[in-house]
Design a binder for this molecule. Structure first.
Ligand SMILES: [Mg+2]
Length: 123
């Protein structure tokens, strides 16, 4: 089974994403911000990461920069969930190593399709 790390400061969104992913037999680990996620990754091996942009302590952008500095997670697919339409922010996030953006609120079918295609190495 593959493990997905869900990082969002909203427990409602974490629960919703976990519910959607577990229905497809993914194992799900949750973190409430980037800092918490870095700690979780010291003992959980994630095959894919879904990260919110706006969070306290360490936001999504900082988290992805930190993640990509760790050789072990250099190629792990990262989906960023956001409501932003800010093109500069999106460009920065892509440069930091985000593979894909999904807009909130995310459609369950779209989320699962994107997750599965990234895990297969596609876009
Ligand atoms: Mg947030």
């Amino acid at each position: 089974m593959q493990t997905i790390l869900v990082i969002d400061d909203s427990s409602t969104i974490r629960k919703l994403l976990s519910y959607i992913l577990r229905r497809k037999d993914f194992l799900v680990a949750e973190a409430e911000d980037g800092l918490d996620a870095m700690e979780k990754l010291s003992h959980v091996q994630a095959d894919l990461i879904i990260v919110d942009l706006n969070m306290p302590n360490m936001d999504g952008l900082e988290f992805v920069k930190n993640l990509r500095n760790n050789y072990y997670y250099i190629d792990t697919p990262v989906i960023m969930l956001t409501t932003t339409k800010d093109e500069n922010l999106r460009r920065d996030a892509f440069q930091a190593g985000v593979n894909m953006f999904l807009n909130k609120p995310v459609q369950p079918d779209v989320l699962l399709f994107k997750v599965e295609s990234l895990l297969k190495g596609g876009e």
